[in-house]
Design a protein around this ligand. Structure first.
Ligand code: PEP
Length: 262
């Protein structure tokens, strides 16, 4: 009932010309059968989005796209920021909020994240809210408590009716861009804790609708094992999404699956 989602976070890679070539390659490789089986979205840098929009609209592509961050406010004197309103106007459907690189390099707090979620929802964007522990919490076995606390604070301003509109990405910081990856069992342990918490807080109906993604050094070889887990509904892919062949192979994880998830 939860359609799988594979999302490619390009980070600060690919200029607008490279973005066009990249999306054309994805569009050539991904078929209707792929889009029927899963949602695919890419997160280009802001400077690429108008070019991606033009291509997606002109060729009626089924690839969707979003922003890697958004401002809390819709407009005003906020030099260098980009609002959800503007992203929505460019046809974006998604926005990543609270990525660990923004928490680390831009000092974003859970309170900032919470306000950005409200802004995204106000503008009818689907937020992908990133949470996850660093290595110290993992080694101390406090990773679940830490991540649930981060989730609770980030969702502080979100109503019960809005929560099922949000996608949550569990991205352990120690796995992002490092080549280290959570095992499918580690990912499932966290995902089921997240879903149980959502159920206790917002009710089982809302919790069962929320898509939970795993992110952190995912490659085509590791995608099927992660996607075989019952509470892993998709993948947030960073470095590997820059290589179109690798990203397409990740989107085709289902070809390596057996059983009900295939
Ligand atoms: C990310 O940036 O969200 C991410 C998961 O990166 P990577 O796949 O490179 O670890």
């Amino acid at each position: 009932m939860r359609k799988p989602l594979v999302a490619g976070n390009w980070k600060m890679n690919l200029n607008h010309l490279e973005a066009i070539a990249h999306v054309q390659r994805l569009a050539f490789s991904l078929k209707d059968a792929d889009f029927d089986a899963l949602d695919v979205c890419v997160f280009p840098p802001f400077t690429d989005i108008r070019s991606v929009q033009t291509l997606v609209d002109a060729d009626k592509l089924r690839i969707t796209y979003g922003g890697q961050d958004c401002a809390k406010m819709d407009s005003g004197a906020f030099t260098g920021q980009t609002s959800s309103t503007f992203l929505a106007k460019l046809g974006a459907q998604w926005v990543i909020i609270g990525h660990s690189e923004r928490r680390q390099f831009n000092n974003e707090s859970n309170d900032d994240v919470s306000k950005k979620l409200v802004s995204a929802l106000r503008n009818k964007l689907t937020p992908i809210l990133c949470v996850g522990e660093d290595l110290t919490e993992r080694n101390n076995r406090t990773h679940i408590r830490f991540t649930l606390n981060q989730l609770g604070q980030s969702l502080g301003n979100i109503s019960k009716s809005d929560v099922s509109q949000i996608v949550i990405a569990y991205e352990p910081v120690w796995a992002i861009g490092t080549g280290e990856i959570a095992t499918p069992e580690d990912a499932e342990e966290m995902m089921s804790a997240l879903r149980n918490w959502l159920g206790e807080t917002y009710g089982d109906s809302a919790a069962s609708k929320v898509r939970l993604l795993y992110g952190g050094s995912v490659k085509s070889g590791t995608a099927p094992g992660l996607m075989a887990m019952p509470n892993v509904d998709g993948l947030l892919v960073g470095g590997a999404s820059i290589d179109p062949d690798e990203f397409v192979a990740i989107c085709r994880y289902r070809l390596a699956l057996v059983g009900p998830r295939k």
